[in-house]
Design a protein. Sequence first.
Lengths: 157, 294
Amino acid sequence: MTKLTVNNKTYEISGASARTLASVLRNDLGLMGTKVSCAEGECGSCTVLLDGKPVTSCLVLAGQAQGRQIETIEGIGRAEELHPVQQAFIDEQGFQCGACTPGFIMSAKAFLAENPNPSEDEASIAMSGNICRCGAHPYIVSAVLNAAEKMQKGRES
Amino acid sequence: MRSQFDYHRPDSVADAVRMKHELGTDALFWAGGTDLVLQWKAEKIKPLHCIDLTAIDGLAYIKSEDSILRIGGLTSLSEIERADRQDPYLRTLADVARLMATQQTRTIATIAGNLCNASPAADLIPPLIAMGAYLRVTGEEGSRELPVEQLMLGPGRTCLHDSEMVTEIYIPRPTQARASSYRRIDRTVVDIALVSAAGAITLDDDGVVGSVVIALGAVAPTVIRSARAEAMLRGAVLSSMSYADLQQVGEAAADDATPINDVRATAGYRTAMVKVLVRRVLEDISRSLTGEPE
């Protein structure tokens, strides 16, 4: 049995340890927000957080994720109350087709937890592990900076 | 077809080593696994057993002591990237780690994994060789130590015995000042090195180069040292070497390189870049030894 804690819920899944975390999240738990595009750890679309740190879930075995807090896009915000990073991606139009967006949002969330007040360069480098084929990168960096500002204000108020 | 494998999760080095000894070559130690997963998906390897090292406590640490720097084998690249920049060795290694793959890969990829994957382009091997690093390895027969320089035998091949795993990387600190640098040619931040060079130099009291190591990556089946470049530097006064002098050392290093043509670069380009990288490495070291800002 593989015991995984995903978005604060614990699951026991048989025969999952020797498969990728991305596959288990999507096929066993139905968490389709985690997108697999390259499946080679290059594009970042399958990014989830392990104990708050970003990983490409296509490179991690589900077995390796046991005993850690796994956070996916489904664990962030609600339709009626989006996470500031999600709202910022909408406000800055930081996407076109949207396939890369969950991965970007997870990377951005982890990055802003570590660096709440980044420069444009820092935000751009932090997003370099995610690829947007539609070419929305400049808007994505704007979204990260916008989210940083929103979250900063949220903390002050 | 992709192999299906059994997953094992030992919680101590002793258990991991015993499992590996019992399961033999069908089993693989799985540290971060970021290289192994790719090889498994591409069917380049067909493991029957994965011995996941994630659950072993106490192998992820960075201990900066006066006479030695110790890094646990399972320390992630992300932890190295964030290491204390006051320690000159860690500063060099942190700058290297930052170049490697993506943030998401660095979260799980480990230092021992980068070494044992034994790629000629592995980013951490040249600087560790230059800094005179050693490995502590543990196997069924017990523990031993060896210089990082002896680890690699060829692409993907190491000198480790079948049940052995790297538990620690350590770097003894010399009493004299030592500076080191790593440079590489790449296309983008997430790329692997097309060609790389590292150097470390200690100065004797009179400012003369005492010990020197120049290591080159992605220009031979293993990471190599340039005996020619090292010979030219030994006994020289680094601070009085001109640009042309440093170019000559770079040319000597290029003579030691035997690169191949592949999809990523031509042999000619790699050789030409060795010259440039070695000069830049020496300029970095020179600046660092004279206390100029980076």
